[in-house]
Design a protein around this ligand. Structure first.
Ligand SMILES: [Mg+2]
Length: 433
């Protein structure tokens, strides 16, 4: 067998409901149901307090209300949850670029290559849980094991707020006492078949006669046999990544003032750099984009020697393009935008490869600034040159998502919620969240 891998399965606890309880402390410790509350509404997520009453995701809201009449029923704020999810994945990718999202609140991480840097699997799991708690005030459950399958079972084993490590070689013993429902791909029908064969626990599969199993279960027997021994060779596959990140603004009136335009670029550089860092990316090419009053598009780009996620580098490059490469159109500029492309995962292990102390210091500064920005909103931290240029009208999705994420530190408007997307079955959370 190959070198043992160390794989983490990170799973947020009652994700949507926990975000709502975090955002409105008066809901903490109370049953919270996120979902549609109309006649045909469906529960998307339930807090653990509500689960005690038999409320779970995908349950009809009408039934949920009957089971737990005193629950707080809240609409789904999907784009807010997506923004929080992005911050969680930014934390995860600080530990390894080998991060495979399974859903909005769940991921596999292969940290085999990060063990020496961050300590063992348990240390990494603890560090991830601590950062999620500290920076986002949310809890995650983590399973650590030598395969995806066992890590996933482990993360669920001590939920919520759990950390379960299954040492290499002890996978079969860990799985043995668990009911057969923990098998991937075993639905109620297969479970019934297995029970009829006297198979109730993983242990029963481990001890069963393989020939008998195959006679009764066909191909499934081999699959279950492997899983029962904790064998799952599938690699962690990082998802496809975005190719560029940008921010642009259509100006209130056409503008030919290079200083004013440079101010917009500074703000956009800050937004884009924050977005890059949040997604664990760096880019190599800075693109300045403008639209003339006749709507014609002009772009100028420069490719950097080293990929960056630092607004200082990005804005310096963009301003140079503005000053030196861009003839000012007659009548000025209607829209100005900044984009960084040629993106690659930022190596979470920076500093190992001889980064200068200045670089490390700069990174620490940016990290601190990002944490403040995540907590209090992006306007708290801006380069000096971005101040005093009027209202932001950036329309990038990143900016919009963050604008919404900012809402969480503001008090709720009385009697209402700041976003009204109603919950329906189309945003169902997974069964166990
Ligand atoms: Mg979850």
């Amino acid at each position: 067998m190959d070198e043992p891998r160390t794989i983490l399965h990170v799973d947020m606890d009652a994700f949507y409901a926990s975000i709502e309880q975090r955002d409105d402390p008066s809901l903490r410790g109370k049953p919270v149901i996120v979902g549609g509350d109309g006649e045909r509404g469906v529960v998307c997520a339930a807090s653990y307090e509500a689960r005690r009453f038999g409320v779970h995701s995908a349950l009809a809201s009408v039934i949920a209300k009957r089971r737990c009449p005193h629950a707080h029923f809240l609409p789904v704020r999907m784009s807010h949850y997506v923004a929080v999810s992005r911050e969680i994945f930014a934390i995860l990718r600080d530990f390894t670029p080998l991060c495979e999202p399974l859903s909005i609140d769940e991921a596999f991480l292969d940290v085999t290559g990060s063990l020496r840097l961050f300590g063992g699997g348990r240390a990494i799991a603890e560090a991830i849980r601590a950062r999620i708690k500290e920076e986002l005030d949310l809890t995650a459950s983590v399973g650590v094991a030598s395969s995806k399958y066992v890590a996933k079972v482990a993360s669920d084993h001590d939920k919520p707020d759990g950390l379960v490590l299954v040492p290499f070689g002890e996978e079969a013993a860990f799985l043995a006492p668990l009911p057969i429902e923990v098998f991937w791909g075993v639905g109620p029908v297969t479970a019934q078949t297995l029970r009829r064969l006297g198979i109730e626990k993983v242990d029963d599969i481990q001890r069963a006669d393989p020939a008998l199993l195959e006679a009764r279960l066909g191909n499934l027997a081999d699959h279950l046999g492997r899983l029962a021994r904790g064998q799952d060779p599938r690699p962690v596959q990082p998802g496809r990544r975005r190719k560029s990140m940008g921010s642009e603004v259509t100006l209130g009136e056409d503008c030919a003032d290079r200083d004013a335009l440079a101010g917009h670029l500074a703000r956009q550089a800050s937004t884009v750099a924050f977005g890059l860092r949040s997604e664990g990316l760096r880019g190599r090419t800075v693109v300045l984009k403008i639209r003339r009053p006749d709507r014609g598009l002009v772009t100028r780009s420069e490719t950097l020697e080293h990929p960056t996620d630092d607004e200082v580098v990005i804005v310096r490059t963009a301003k140079r393009l503005l000053a030196e490469k861009l003839p000012m159109p007659a009548g000025g500029v209607r829209l100005i935008g900044l984009q960084v492309s040629g993106l690659d995962p930022a190596d979470g292990q920076l500093g190992l490869f001889g980064a200068s102390p200045e670089t490390e210091k700069r990174r620490a500064t940016l990290k601190g600034a990002d944490a403040v920005r995540r907590r209090f909103g992006e306007r708290m931290i801006q380069p000096a040159s971005a101040l005093g240029h009027g209202r932001r009208t950036e329309a990038s999705p990143q900016a919009a998502a963050r604008a919404e994420a900012r809402g969480r530190v503001k008090p709720r408007p009385p009697g209402g919620r700041d976003e009204g997307q109603s919950g329906t079955s189309r945003t169902n959370e997974r069964g166990r969240s």
